[in-house]
Design a protein around this ligand. Structure first.
Ligand SMILES: [Zn+2]
Length: 391
């Protein structure tokens, strides 16, 4: 941070004493925090704990960007809001709570949220961005804007009982979100298309982890989650860390980037947006194979391919391809060690959307030969095994 570090008042020394007592923080570290400007995108499940802890820690300027209003069903996890604020703008509700918590922090409210028009300029006004967004358009927009503004992005996401955290800081040599997911998921495949459940207290864990990563970054201490993805499974209570290499063919931070500015049209995709056309890549392994080709590869003897079914358990109970291995899409990251690296992996889902996303993910994880089965098990039932039950 280039600005001059402020002196700490007697009140600040008292308020932050339990941080100052930490050797890794001290008065010098607390002064760094007091000079820091952090933007929290989304005053929701992740933004609530992240903003609360960042405000409590005494960051100098805390920005909040969210265009939504508080709804009753938010209160199960968005702990910064309360019942009396239902119907009010989230930034207003959050700011009221945060100002009561720590009046020493300067709050900046961005009630219009992050938009293609304001994103890069908005992010440039902060030292670091905490991404608590809950939808793909905003997540991709935040990713691109943070890269273009050269600001680190503390990523967090949550789905049902699983959460993920990473620090994307390509300016410092690490990967970005697009290294993991180069393009938005195909239509209908996004886990947050439609309403899904989410464990409230897990938001507290993931948002708090984001606050920790933000504070460590601002202080320059410890080992960050840069180049690593933390996957938290609350059901089994397992925390796993996956190495996340930079992807040289990343469309944003790769060697030949395609994305050089914010194009508003690139973020209007939704659950119904058209997918990018499939095509072969530099490995020569096609990103998609037909069901006929999949059957041929599966019957190729000792070199036969490994069929990974990424549908949900309820779908597998209806029908499955004999010999396939079931790991639902949401579990793939956490169970990646169960997948072979010496065989071609064919990824199968219902219609070929989720399998495309998993294919991209596994390729980004360094699996050399992964293809999605086009049309999914629906096409398999139609063209390979007409006796198969359909849904
Ligand atoms: Zn990248």
């Amino acid at each position: 941070m280039s600005h001059t570090l402020p002196e700490l008042s007697p009140e600040a020394l008292s308020r932050y004493s339990r941080h100052i007592l930490l050797d890794e923080v001290g008065v010098a570290g607390q002064r760094k925090l007091s000079a820091a400007r952090v933007l929290v995108v989304g005053a929701g499940g992740l933004g609530s704990p992240a903003a609360l802890y960042l405000a409590a820690a005494g960051v100098g300027v805390l920005g909040l960007a969210d265009h939504d209003q508080v709804e009753e069903h938010n209160l199960q996890r968005q702990i910064i809001h309360d019942t009396a604020m239902v119907g009010r703008p989230k930034v207003e509700s959050a700011a009221r709570r945060l100002a009561a918590l720590n009046p020493q922090v300067q709050f900046r409210l961005h009630g219009g949220g992050v938009t293609p028009a304001n994103a890069v300029k908005l992010f440039s006004g902060y030292d670091l961005v905490v991404d608590g967004s809950d939808n793909f358009p905003t997540r991709f927009l935040n990713t691109d804007a943070a890269f273009l503004a050269k600001r680190p992005l503390v990523y967090g996401s949550i789905f049902k009982f699983e959460g993920q955290v990473a620090v994307f800081d390509p300016a410092a040599g690490g990967p970005c979100y697009r290294c993991l997911f180069p393009e938005p998921p195909p239509p209908g495949s996004a886990p947050n298309c439609g309403e899904t459940g989410v464990l409230g207290a897990l938001c507290g864990v993931i948002g708090s982890l984001q606050a920790i990563e933000a504070i460590k970054y601002l202080l320059g201490i410890g080992e960050s989650l840069r180049s690593r993805l933390l996957v938290v499974d609350a059901l089994t209570m397992r925390f796993r860390t996956l190495n996340l290499p930079r992807n040289p063919s990343c469309p944003l931070c790769g060697d030949h980037p395609r994305i050089r500015r914010i194009d508003p049209a690139a973020y209007v995709f939704s659950c119904a947006a058209p997918a990018a056309p499939p095509g072969p890549d530099s490995t020569g392994i096609p990103i998609e194979v037909s069901v006929e080709e999949a059957r041929r590869l599966l019957n190729a003897g000792t070199d036969s391919a490994f069929l990974l079914d990424v549908r949900e358990s309820v779908e597998v109970e209806i029908c499955r391809v004999i010999g396939s291995r079931h790991i639902s899409m949401q579990e793939v990251a956490a169970r990646i060690d169960e997948l072979p690296r010496d065989h071609q992996i064919l990824v199968l889902c219902h219609h070929g959307s989720r399998s495309r996303q998993v294919t991209d993910f596994l390729r980004a994880q360094g699996f050399p030969a992964v293809s999605s089965v086009a049309g999914g098990i629906a096409a398999w039932a139609e063209r390979i095994d007409p006796a198969m039950r359909r849904y």
